[in-house]
Structures are given as C-alpha cells and as structure tokens.
Design a binder for this molecule. Sequence first.
Ligand SMILES: Nc1nc2c(c(=O)[nH]1)N[C@H]1C(S)=C(S)[C@@H](COP(=O)(O)OP(=O)(O)OC[C@H]3O[C@@H](n4cnc5c(=O)[nH]c(N)nc54)[C@H](O)[C@@H]3O)O[C@H]1N2
Ligand SMILES: Nc1nc2c(c(=O)[nH]1)N[C@H]1C(S)=C(S)[C@@H](COP(=O)(O)OP(=O)(O)OC[C@H]3O[C@@H](n4cnc5c(=O)[nH]c(N)nc54)[C@H](O)[C@@H]3O)O[C@H]1N2
Ligand code: SF4
Ligand SMILES: [Mo]
Length: 709
Amino acid sequence: MNTTTVRAACPHDCPDTCALLVEVRDGVAVRVSGDPAHPTTRGALCTKVSRYEQRTYHRDRVLHPLRRVGAKGEGRFERVSWDAALTDIAARLGAIAARNPEAIVPYSYAGTMGLVQGESMAGRFFNKLGAARLDRTICSAAGTVGLQYTLGDRVGPDMEAAVDAGVIVFWGTNAIASNLHFWTFAQEAKRRGALLVAVDPYRSLTADKCALHIAPLPGTDAALALGVMHVLVREDWLDHDYIARHTLGFDELKARAAEFPPARVAQLCGIAAHEVEALAAVIGSTARGGASPAAAALPPAVAAARGPVYLRLNYGMQRSAGGGMAVRNIACLPALTGDWRHAAGGLLLSASGSFAVDNAALERPDLLAGRRPRHINMSTIGDDLLRPAGAGFVPIEALVVYNSNPVAVAPDSSRVAAGFARDDLFTVVLEHFLTDTADYADYVLPATTQLEHYDLHKTYGHAYALVNNPAIAPLGEALPNTEIFRRLAARMGFTDACFADSDEAIARQAFDASHARGQIDWPTLEAQGWQRAPWTGAAGSFAPFADGGFGTPSGKCEFFSARMQAAGLDPLPAWIAPAEVGNAELAARFPLAIVSPPARNFLNSTFVNVESLRATEGEPKLDIHPRDAAARGIADGDRLRVFNDRGSFELAARVTDRARPGVVVALSIWWKKLAADGRNANEVVSQRLTDMGGGPTFYDCAVQVEKCG
Ligand SMILES: Nc1nc2c(c(=O)[nH]1)N[C@H]1C(S)=C(S)[C@@H](COP(=O)(O)OP(=O)(O)OC[C@H]3O[C@@H](n4cnc5c(=O)[nH]c(N)nc54)[C@H](O)[C@@H]3O)O[C@H]1N2
Ligand SMILES: Nc1nc2c(c(=O)[nH]1)N[C@H]1C(S)=C(S)[C@@H](COP(=O)(O)OP(=O)(O)OC[C@H]3O[C@@H](n4cnc5c(=O)[nH]c(N)nc54)[C@H](O)[C@@H]3O)O[C@H]1N2
Ligand code: SF4
Ligand SMILES: [Mo]
C-alpha cells in the first residue's frame, strides 16, 4: 500500500481558507484534515470540509460531458464525448459571436476561490471572444465600496490577534457557521476576559453565545452606527489625537451624529435606547479607559469592558438597500476611538488586500483589442435574461456558467428560472453535480474538484496565501476549468500563446511582483503549502492603520468623502432606510421581514446534496417568534407558506425566540429540487440593488407567512 500526504487548500467561499492535508492511499483520497502547522487552521476543519472526500467521490458526480435530451429544467441528459461537446459548443458560440459577441455572457462566482480555476483561463477566453463582462456583485459589492470610500483598503487586524482583544463585536456575522476559526480565537479571548458582543437581528449560533446581543431590524445598521457615534461624541469617548492626525471631516461627522440621539436610533432600529447606549459603551471602551458613563445605567459587564475593541464584520449587514452606507458608517468607528492603534483593535471585514493580484496577467484584458463590451450585473440576471431587445439592449443568447449555481442563489428565483428556461438561450454549465442550474443546460461539462486540480489561493479572512496540489487523478472524464477553456479556445481557433499556459505557470503570474503586496517566496510557499504576506510582518502584530496610512485619496480615514459626493452620494455617514423592511406601504400586506443567511452545514448551495450534511440540517425551516406565530395560529412543526408579490416557498415552522418579533429566518441556501416544494428563499427576494456597488438585497425583503392547507 502506498500512502502519501498532499498539501492542499480549502477552495470554498469562506474567510478561513484552511490549509488541508490530504491522505492518499493507492491513488484514493481517504482523509482530509486541517494542517496543524498553519497559524489559523491549527489542525481543525469545519464539518463540511472534513468530509470533502464524500463530495468528491459522491455517486452523483458528473463525470462525462452531457447533452440535454429533456426540456430545460428537467435535468435529462445523454452522455456525449468531449469531442462532440466541444465541437458543437464552439460552433454555436462562434455563430453568436459572429453576429455579436456581447450576446454571450459568462456567469461565475466563488464555487472555488482559486486564482487559477477562477477567472484566469476563463477570463482570457471571454476577453478574446469579446463577450459581455460580468459584474460579480452577488456577495460583497456594497460593503467593498463602502470600505473603499472610508478606509481605501481591504485589510484589518489579524485573525490571530483576536485573542488579545478586550471586546469583540460580531456585527452581521455568524462566525460559528461562517468564520469558524475566528470563533476559536474569540473563545480564547473570552477565556482571557474579553466581552463578546453580537449585532444581529437573529439570535444566531454566535449571538446565542455572546454576553451582549443587540437585535436591530435588518438593514438598520447605518442608523445604529450613527447612534453609537452620537454617544461617543456626547461622552467624549474619542481619541482626539488619532482623529486630528488620521481622519478627515470630524466636525461634519459630529454635526451629523448629533441628529441621531439614542431615542431616535432605537425607533429606527426597532430596539431600546439603552441598547444603543450599551453598544456605544463597549465600542467606546478603549477611549473611555476606566471612565464610567454618565447618561445610562449599564449592565456591569458592559461598564467593565476594556479595549482593544475588535469589530468583526462579515457581509450580513450589507445585503440591504443602504448596505454600502451601513458598512461605511461602522468603518468610521475605530478611527473615532483610536482602536486602530492596536493590533487587536479596529475592524476586519475583508483581508483580501493582503496580496496584490495581477488581474491583467490572469485575465488578459489586452485580448479585447480595444473592444469595450457591455457589463451584465449577476445580481439581476433574472431580469436581464428576460429583457426584450430594444432601447440599445442586445438579448442574451448564450450563458456559460462555472463556479456558480445561479438558479438556486440569485435573487428573484422564479424570474431567474424563467430566464434559464428560454428555448432560444444556449447554456453551458461546468459543474461537479446536476445542480438546479445544470438542469437547464444544453451541455453540462464535468469539472474537477479541489482534490483533482492545481490552484493558488489568497483569502478574505487572513493574511496567508496557499497552494493546492492535486491529490488524486481526475475522476472519470472530468477536467479542470482551465483545461476546459483551453480546449474551447483551441476549437475557436484562438492561438495566442497565453492559451497554452499551464496551471502552474498561471499561478506564477497571479501576484503582482512589482507591488510590495505581490512578494511571494515560492520555495517557501511550495514546501510549506502556505505563506504569510511578507509586508504584514509577524502574525498577530499587524496594525495596518496604527499610523494612519489609509488608502483613500487623502491618506486618512474619510468621514467626509469627496469621492462619494462626486458619485452623487451623501459624503457623510448617513441613514438610508431599507426599501422593504419597515416600509409602511408594504406592511399592510407583508408585515414580516425575512432573512435567509447560511446554514452551518451548507456552503451557499454547495454540500446540500451531501446526504450526511443535509441530514444534519433536516428540512427547510422557518424560525418565527412565538408572538408572530400565535397571531397566525402557527404551531411548531406546521407547514408554512412564505409569500409576497414575487413568489412563495414552503417550509416547516420552528417557533422560537431566536427570531425577534417581526423578523423570520430561513437558514439557506437549499437546492430547490431537494426541497419538498421545489423552491427556496430566493423566490421572495427582489432584484433591487444596494446604494453602492450594485449588490443584491437578500435581507431587505418583506413577506407574509401563513399555514399551508
Ligand atoms: N457554513 C457556511 N459558511 C459560510 C457560508 C455558508 O453558506 N455556510 N457562506 C460564505 C459566504 S459566501 C459569505 S459571504 C460569508 C457570509 O458570512 P456572514 O456575513 O456571517 O453571513 P450572513 O449570514 O450573510 O450574515 C451573518 C448574520 O447576519 C445577520 N444579518 C442579516 N441581516 C442583517 C442586518 O441587516 N444587520 C445585521 N447586523 N445582521 C444581519 C444574519 O441573521 C446572520 O446571522 O460566509 C461564508 N461562510
Ligand atoms: N437567499 C440567499 N441567497 C444568497 C445568499 C444568502 O445568504 N441568502 N448568499 C449569497 C452569497 S453571499 C453568495 S457568495 C452567493 C454564492 O453563490 P455561488 O458562488 O453560486 O455559490 P454556490 O451556491 O456554492 O455554487 C457554487 C457552485 O460551483 C461549483 N464548483 C465548485 N468548484 C468548482 C470548480 O472547480 N469548477 C466548476 N466548474 N464548478 C465548481 C459547485 O459545485 C457549486 O454548485 O449566493 C448568494 N445567495
Ligand atoms: S469551509 Fe471554511 S472552515 Fe471549512 S475547511 Fe473551508 S475554509 Fe475551513
Ligand atoms: Mo458570499
């Protein structure tokens, strides 16, 4: 028996990007575990990925090219050869491209976060073709832009540094489900005396374990942050030296914050004024030192809180009409309190700025040869697929989907499905499984999983790059995304040298070697499997803005943003109400807000078809507060219908005070075809976009709930 251990990386859209060790026996992957030497993985994986081999060897893997024989959506296919599939696909894309290449749209997201299997060879292919460009907005676009305006960078304190924090605020993040390794560091901080705080409309697994939980209505965080600013200014819990040296527009911010006293904020957020005071007291704990607050009687743990204050945001608070502004307002707080001075203070939303990626080298926009194709926003793919010709709009004639499952994950699902069902649409899906999306494909092409291909990863949750070495040979006739696009390029007659680059060669092009953040020591990376971004210094000591150095035009934390003004936005932290939550007109018919955040055992819609994980989640459930349930005659376990004007879906009632009054919660993202009614939460979500970045508004959604039958 021949046993080897292969160094790999978790490919999933998760901030932890774990370093993996894959044990291979006689060519078969038998065990996937966390690398004990990697500083944030520390030998542990989540349940999902510790069963990764169950997914790779799943009996439902698509292992050969498939051609549709049934109606769209039915999921009936016949096996064809790679040669037949590629010849026909190239001919059909070629015919469309001859008329107008912009009628071809790539659709991809983060099924793998790999720099190689993501937008490298695929980007080259679509650039050479002159296809439409996809705006990849579906997850983080609003928060990214809000952060860019305010801090000008996507970095923050190290994950490892959380152990030294005095206060950790989980703001719109359910870390136990979606950032497990951060939670482990937070537990260590708690043992050392830190106060854990959650801001989440739902008592999530994480909120449930925090000493202080504030549950504002979804989409009201911008107001809550303004209320916190109000109290910080009122109590003078401010670092005046930091403000003077490293911020822009403090006087204007002060005037704006004056308009948001706790009583007003409490009303906007659907909470009590004393909760605003308490949140301000913990966030102000570094600046206030031992000072006891004047205005409010605080719970003893809150009064005793001491910084540094580590704000851990994830993306939960930016999936509303004012989501960009919410992130921006929160991002102003550590500059007011001076928490950026500390390695364990400040704010982490994304660490994806740790490495400078050379997107031009990966995707080769020069292949466009001066063409400037239109952009299609992935968050409104439903409307765009159904939009008729005219007013300058060229109908979408072909979609090539990879690393994504839009029929399950995109908003306003019945419109998305109707678009995919168009008979005159040519659809190619590169996949591991016959997902809800693959069921609509004309061709399904078998892609390799992370155990079968090479890749290079950076991450959005820590400061390490990782390599992923293939552990096993591709199963069946599966090919890496890169190889599929290489072969398609050859069929299309694309002869540029870059289409011959190997996956390893592409990886070497990925980081911008001319940039301080592009420095990689390849021998170390390859031998160890991972490497810390050298410019960030030693683990746990990185304080990116201790001496200012923000990435904004002024080099300061911009409370006042001229760029926002130029973009037609309020240049100061502002309150933007949700579009549907708390909307008086809608309330008569749709009085409840619904949020549909990730279930712990799924990763977006990935893993829903792995039986052992689905069994743990059970069936789709709706958490509803006892008061809202009683008002509708709903008992625990009843079958419910959730609906609004866009659609409906069904699930089982879980009557619980984990859901606050007025807000129902459907942990997601279920495969539609694995739910009893063939639908999921995205049936009711609108295609409305956020204030910044053109992001989706999954958690800004008004519904009514009733008992079925
Ligand atoms: N297990 C697991 N892990 C995942 C994922 C997964 O699907 N499963 N998905 C990955 C991906 S793609 C992402 S983007 C991240 C997402 O990670 P998170 O951002 O943590 O996930 P969300 O569920 O979107 O938001 C977290 C919490 O925000 C709350 N929330 C909803 N609306 C609001 C609001 O308006 N304000 C506030 N303050 N809170 C709100 C939700 O109730 C939820 O508990 O996780 C990644 N990790
Ligand atoms: N209601 C609701 N909807 C949501 C969200 C929510 O919280 N609530 N979250 C939103 C967010 S934050 C995100 S990021 C999106 C996520 O949306 P997606 O990025 O579409 O994520 P997944 O649903 O996991 O689908 C990824 C697919 O890629 C495939 N895949 C994985 N690796 C490879 C590969 O190497 N090659 C190929 N060809 N395919 C591969 C997987 O099999 C899987 O089917 O969903 C969004 N939708
Ligand atoms: S999904 Fe996240 S926690 Fe799980 S192994 Fe991957 S990176 Fe680690
Ligand atoms: Mo996401």
